[in-house]
Design a protein around this ligand. Structure first.
Ligand code: BV8
Ligand code: ZN
Length: 241
């Protein structure tokens, strides 16, 4: 079946069902100019994101880790949501729709997505490293690095680091995967866990799993349909004319 026919079939299916879950990764924000983790912008000062996004790196050198997050906030602050974010925001108005994102950039919310499950937190929130307080701070640049909490302790970005648990949102994401009739996997390399286990969970619960990615991923052989293309080009074609 050619891509156009496959898109028709998906569009028909999406119009016929209620429970749709979409999982997104950095690829959805690539067209907005946000560097992906494994793409060309994935390296910062020759360090891998997986090296910097850890409690150990923050303990060892909080100033360096904050410089990285401050750089990412400054890049994201100049980015606008793209067509893929807008299609998903449109779908998010429907009752049976759930958005599960690995992205911390906040572009889904800026596009109007309601009720997104942010698996890995939010780069526009700060969290106290002592008392656990978590609050929004969208200033870029931040007036002082590292920022501190009202209790006097140093604050960290409100994101989930490698080696840290995801928290309650993980149970909600698993539920959304199990309940889905169709699960769309958009713009993720499906390497980071437990996020990458949501598609197999949905599939074993009977969902039809569709992947949209210009490249193959470790899940491509395990989904019902793997469409090679860009989210910003293919998603708009899934909206009923
Ligand atoms: C935990 C927030 C346990 C921070 C992030 C099982 C097997 C192996 C390893 C593990 C395992 N279980 C746990 C692990 C360890 C680890 C892990 O998965 N490591 C990986 C590297 C192997 N997982 C963890 O540590 C997790 N925690 O397991 O805790 C625990 C339990 C109890 C008590 C204590 C501990 C926490 C993981 C979360 C880490 N935080 N982000 C920050 O952002 O700074 S992860 C971060 O990286 C992102 O959030 C995202 O999840 C990931 C990047 O992946 P993608 O978003 O997919 O982006 P990527 O660049 O890789 O790919 C982009 C894709 O888009 C590509 O495929 C490309 O082709 C495509 N694309 C490009 N352009 C487009 C496009 N697609 C469509 N359209 C386009 N235009
Ligand atoms: Zn505090």
């Amino acid at each position: 079946m050619n891509v156009a026919a496959e898109l028709d079939e998906i569009r028909r299916r999406l119009n016929a069902i209620r429970r749709i879950t979409v999982i997104t990764g950095a690829g959805v924000s690539a067209a907005s100019g946000v560097p992906t983790f494994r793409g060309p912008g994935g390296l910062w000062r020759n360090r891998q994101a997986t090296q910097l996004a850890t409690p150990e790196a923050f303990l060892q050198d909080p100033a360096l880790v904050w410089e990285w997050y401050e750089w990412r906030r400054s890049v994201i602050a100049k980015c606008e949501p793209n067509a893929a974010h807008r299609v998903i925001a449109n779908w998010s108005q429907a009752p049976g729709f759930t958005l599960v994102t690995q992205n911390v950039d906040g572009l889904h919310e800026r596009a109007g997505s309601r009720r997104s499950l942010k698996l890995h937190g939010d780069i526009w929130r700060l969290q106290c490293s002592e008392c656990g307080r978590n609050w929004p701070d969208r200033r870029s640049p931040l007036p002082k690095l590292p920022p501190h909490c009202g209790c006097g302790a140093i604050a960290r970005p409100g994101v989930v680091w490698f080696g840290e648990p995801l928290g309650e949102v993980w149970a909600e994401a698993q539920h959304a995967a199990r309940e889905a009739q169709v699960l769309l996997l958009v713009g993720t390399s499906a390497i980071v866990y437990p996020a990458a286990s949501l598609a197999p969970i949905a599939k074993s619960a009977g969902a039809r799993v569709i992947e949209i990615n210009p490249d193959e991923t470790p899940l491509s052989a395990h989904v019902d349909l793997s469409l090679r293309g860009l989210a910003g080009e293919l998603l708009p074609q899934l909206i009923a004319p």
